[in-house]
Each structure stands twice: as C-alpha cells, then as structure tokens.
Write a protein that binds this ligand. Sequence first.
Ligand code: ADP
Ligand code: MG
Length: 169
Amino acid sequence: MKSLPYFCRGEVVRGFGRGSKELGIPTANFPVSVVDHLPADIDTGIYYGWACVGTGDVFEMVMSIGWNPYYKNTKKSMETHVIHTFNEDFYGEILNVVMVGYIRPERSYDSLEALIAAINNDIEESKLKLELPEHLKLKEDNFFTSVTSLSSAAPPTTASTSQTIMNGH
Ligand code: ADP
Ligand code: MG
C-alpha cells in the first residue's frame, strides 16, 4: 500500500459499545472526520504501528479498519488498541498514530475464543514487525515529538488538516 506509513490524529470518541474492554482489548475509536481522510488504497483489515495519547509516551499499536455499523456499513471505522495498560480511559483526548504496515484482512470467527486468539496473534506480530530498524525510527518521528504544540488545543478540523500536511513524507 503506497500510502503507508500513514500519520493521523484525532479525538478519541465513544465506539459501538461492543465490549472490547471486557475482552481485555479496548479499542479507541476515531471520529468520522479522521476516517474520511483515509487514502483510497487503505483497505479494511488489521494494521500495526505506533500510537501516543495526548503528549504521552509512544507505544506499539494494532488497528482494525472495518465497516461502521452506525453508517449502515457505508463508512469505515478505525479502532486502535494501544499495547499498553493505562490507568484510566482517555475519551476526549487526542490519539496520534502512524500506521506502519498491514497484517491481514478482516474475517469473522466461529467463537469469541477464536477472535481473542487472533487478536493476540496480531499483537505479537505487531511487536515483532515493529522491531525492524525502519519501523523503529518512525517511533521517533517529528509527528510525535511535535505533539505538544499541535495536539490538545486543536479542534478536530485542525487535526485533519495537520494530518494532510504530516503525510507529505
Ligand atoms: P468503545 O466502544 O467506547 O470504543 P471500548 O471497550 O473499545 O469502548 O474501550 C475503548 C476505550 O478504552 C478507549 O476509548 C480508551 O478511552 C480506553 N482505553 C484504555 N486502555 C486502552 C488501550 N490500551 N487501548 C485503547 N483504548 C484504551
Ligand atoms: Mg472501541
């Protein structure tokens, strides 16, 4: 996918209440404004990359891009699981991510256990892939270090604009 790595940021909004947190795999949802900016070549499926909440540390992440039931599956949704244990929820904060690579397409599972096992495999695969030097260097990208000046005060529309600018590299 030629759009990778893909940088974007946006406010964390409430998801579909699918109970991801109860499965031990909470997913922070982006608003439609961020999803609408996705380049056309970004397929649905599972991605890996780096993420940081507000001005916090940068952690590994896995992201699922799928079809959004709220919009009768006409719009994509982007849900990020940050590979880190947070003490509190961070709804309303700015989530900054870089999608680095693609793991696999979406699929459905026969059981909850199979779904959880697949997600845990994705998490392990992300960690391994992100150890590559070319991926590690994205963790140090200006996109994350410049967050202090760009993030929390910026309204969602500005986030989308900066997203466009950030993808110049
Ligand atoms: P929702 O349906 O509202 O997205 P989830 O059960 O998926 O609910 O939980 C997502 C929320 O959990 C996020 O919006 C965030 O505030 C919180 N959260 C806590 N830890 C994490 C994490 N490691 N990764 C993603 N979200 C997390
Ligand atoms: Mg969620």
